[in-house]
Design a protein around this ligand. Sequence first.
Ligand code: SF4
Ligand code: SF4
Ligand code: SF4
Length: 180
Amino acid sequence: MSAGRYAMVVDTRLCVACKACVLACKAENNLAEGYCRDWLVEEVHGEFPKLRAENRSERCNHCSEAPCVDACPTGASHIAGGGVVLVTPDKCTGCKACMAACPYDARYLTPEGFVDKCTFCLHRVQRGEQPACVTVCPTRTLHFGDLDDPTSEVARLLVDRKWKVNHPESGAHPNVYFLV
Ligand code: SF4
Ligand code: SF4
Ligand code: SF4
């Protein structure tokens, strides 16, 4: 899969908050005990008796105007193919400037002293596979693909369904979309 702009589309109506996506990410990416690249936000919307659960599997938004990249003084944070925002551990000094700049609290400092976050599983995507979290989700909540391809599943979902992004006012232009 090669791309112009990779994106994730999360169907908040299908997610059952099982957290399989969180566990799969930890296993796939060998994350240290107590650290996660994705997480669940569970909210209830509406008024009784018309209540609706909204479960959002969240991660780095791979923002098109990424403030974390602008804030990084060493070039460790950068934009790779398909618009995927990455951190080069060897270049990261652990100064946390990117963590302060991220409006989504998507980054963390590893015990080894470099900053880490979701990579959209680019190592898998470059092999033609889907991200680990996408493959394990039992309810097919998570969709990944190229938004610049109008025939892709993610592009079609955003045409067919209502959606939102987190903190659109941030100006970061996030590329993780939530179907509502
Ligand atoms: Fe929700 Fe799917 Fe993650 Fe389970 S694996 S928490 S259903 S997104
Ligand atoms: Fe950077 Fe945060 Fe956007 Fe991810 S969500 S690209 S860490 S600003
Ligand atoms: Fe983790 Fe990969 Fe999913 Fe990102 S895309 S949350 S790195 S499993």
